[in-house]
Design a protein around this ligand. Sequence first.
Ligand code: GRF
Length: 187
Amino acid sequence: MLKKIRACVFISGQGTNLLSIIKSSRNYDFPIKIVLVISNKKNAYGLKIAQKYSLPYKFFSSSNQNIFERKCLTIFKKEKINFLCLAGFMKVLSKKFIKSFRYKIINIHPSLLPKYKGTDTHKRVLKSKDKYAGCTVHFVTAKLDSGKIILQKKVLISRNETEKSLNKKILKAEHRIYPQAIISIFK
Ligand code: GRF
């Protein structure tokens, strides 16, 4: 039987990407097993999703980032976590944390990187003359949204596109590529 990599998912919000990874990880040949979900927001809906799927979860406040990161590293060691997925996690991890973890960290970003790093991606792409928007799964490095790209998916920007409609389209694409990207890393 395939020995799955023990993974943690960091969230801050609604957790729709978390849900898509959970669903994929139920396949016997999916390379990772989610053994922990951590939210830095107490009321993140994603925590309810973790609960629904009987996954261990924690809320750690990130108001003091140093303490947040130290708590995470301690629990990673205890739970033998060897892979970290950021899924709608709205905090930039410190260089120190990324170095200390030693294993792979990946993130999903709602733009076609290297375009539109940071926040307000939909607003910025709609202001541009771009024909396409999209999403990217990439490795996390100390430089924001700049690590090696694993997978991207384009979506066409329609004539009357709004931030809301674009968000819906891109989220749908995110849910498809996040599990695909994880598979491709361990192939
Ligand atoms: C997604 O667009 C993700 O790329 C971004 O946060 C949004 C919410 O994701 N960083 P989720 O529904 O909480 O997974």
